[in-house]
Write a new protein. Structure first.
Length: 267
């Protein structure tokens, strides 16, 4: 069955939202306008400070960046809205939000009825894989970015993965990113026909959080519009207790930069 033959309910039932084909002349004009997107890079933008800094780094080289955010059924909508703000503030050429509802699988504190852990000792963060790990998340994100890049006829994909000052996720490691880049050039028409070589860029991979923050400040990133917390309050305040909040706060302290984050515990 072709995608265009499936009903909206059938597509949503498998956990993936696919954009409809143009139904009107006005919609068709918007689709033709995508020819203008066929240059630059695809940048994964989550709404957090790492992906914001990566987008700023790519933009600083004069690259036209097409921002991609994945709504994967995470615990809250706050980071999706943060991603929209970041894409606008940093001048993304376009911004797409793709819905792939990973709650159909669960298995993570971010997509299931599992409590977000609050580490008692910050020094233990990253030593084991925590409950906030989402199975295959970066594999899925990069696959979506790769698909869009191939359609746009561009080769560069940016991701804010970091293997230092991080939660210990296996899909943030350099060996994973190298393997995915290899896969990208085997699994695509563009790669197998040798028309282009895809490259996965993770410029923050070996950066500490304070270095990321300092560089972001230099590039004009407004960290006040970003969001990192896994378990914010109903008012959108960061919990200050999850490993992501702890890593973020320590990063601002080490960078000597005022932390613009609003924490629930300080209210």
């Amino acid at each position: 069955m072709k995608i265009s033959d499936r009903t909206s309910s059938e597509r949503n039932a498998v956990g993936v939202t696919i954009e409809e084909a143009p139904a009107t002349l006005a919609d068709a004009e918007k689709w033709r306008a995508r020819v203008d997107e066929r240059k630059g890079a695809v940048a994964l933008v989550s709404g957090g400070l790492d992906s914001a800094t990566v987008l700023a780094l790519a933009r600083s080289t004069g690259t036209d960046c097409h921002a991609l955010t994945v709504d994967y059924g995470q615990r809250h909508r706050i980071e999706i809205e943060a991603a929209r703000r970041v894409a606008v503030q940093l001048g993304a050429a376009s911004h797409r939000v793709v819905t792939v509802d990973l709650r159909v699988f669960g298995g993570s504190a971010l997509t299931d009825e599992i409590a977000v852990p609050n580490p008692e000792n910050a020094d233990t963060i990253g030593r084991t894989i925590p409950a906030t790990y989402v199975p295959a998340r970066n594999t899925i994100f990069l696959s979506l970015a790769l698909a869009w890049a191939e359609v746009l006829e561009i080769t560069d994909i940016y991701i804010g993965a970091t293997a230092r000052d991080f939660s210990g996720y296996p899909d943030c490691r350099p060996e994973f990113l190298r393997a995915f880049e290899h896969l990208a050039n085997l699994a695509t028409r563009a790669g197998t026909e040798k028309r282009r070589q895809f490259q996965v860029h993770a410029p923050l991979l070996n950066w500490t959080k304070d270095k990321i923050i300092r560089r972001g400040v230099e590039l004009g990133v407004n960290f006040g519009i970003t969001h990192s917390c896994y378990d914010p309050s109903s008012e959108g305040l960061a919990c200050g207790l999850c490993d992501s909040c702890i890593i973020r706060r320590r990063g601002f302290e080490a960078a000597g930069v005022d932390d613009p984050t609003k924490y629930a515990e300080s209210e």
